[in-house]
Design a protein. Structure first.
Length: 170
């Protein structure tokens, strides 16, 4: 189901599974029987859909299990507008970003954003190009980043935005 993200805006929605799934750490979301939540979120963010994000650039995201970031123990994917400056920065790094999942864990780009107090600050993100959202991105994250680095799914955040340069994709 798609819910308003609480801000009252037309660019802040949540895709929430109708079954109980704690979050990114839930083992079910990496199985073959899990629905394709990312494709569902993307489709719902489009014009004419319940979560139509009315904003020039759309981003999808899932928070880590960190209680300072995530307030609910129910998986939800944010469907939201992203600042054009973020998209521009990703476009500037486009030629350095691989579509090889085995390189994902080491492909890190700096992106300047705003802190919760509105001050500019750099952050580093692992990046990967994917051609489409047909695969299970949670499984791809588990196999390509989590297991090879010895970390946990609970510590991961995952964001998706369309690739506006090159051959498209995300």
């Amino acid at each position: 189901m798609v819910l308003n993200g609480g801000s009252g805006s037309n660019h802040d929605y949540l895709l929430v599974p109708s079954c109980r799934i704690s979050g990114i750490e839930c083992p079910f979301i990496t199985t073959a029987s899990a629905p394709n939540y990312w494709l569902e979120a993307w489709n719902n963010a489009q014009p004419g859909q319940p979560g139509h994000v009315v904003y020039p650039h759309i981003g999808l995201g899932v928070n880590s299990a960190d209680p300072t970031i995530r307030m609910q123990d129910q998986l939800h994917i944010h469907l939201a507008g992203i600042h054009s400056g973020i998209q521009t920065q990703l476009n500037n790094h486009d030629s350095a970003i691989s579509n090889d999942p085995t390189r994902w864990r080491n492909q890190i780009v700096p992106v300047w954003g705003l802190t919760s107090t509105g001050l500019p600050a750099p952050r580093s993100y692992r990046v990967l190009h994917v051609a489409n959202l047909n695969g299970n991105l949670f499984r791809l994250l588990l196999d390509s980043v989590v297991r090879p680095t010895g970390t946990t799914m609970a510590a991961q955040m995952l964001a998706v935005t369309p690739r506006l340069t090159g051959s498209g994709g995300f």
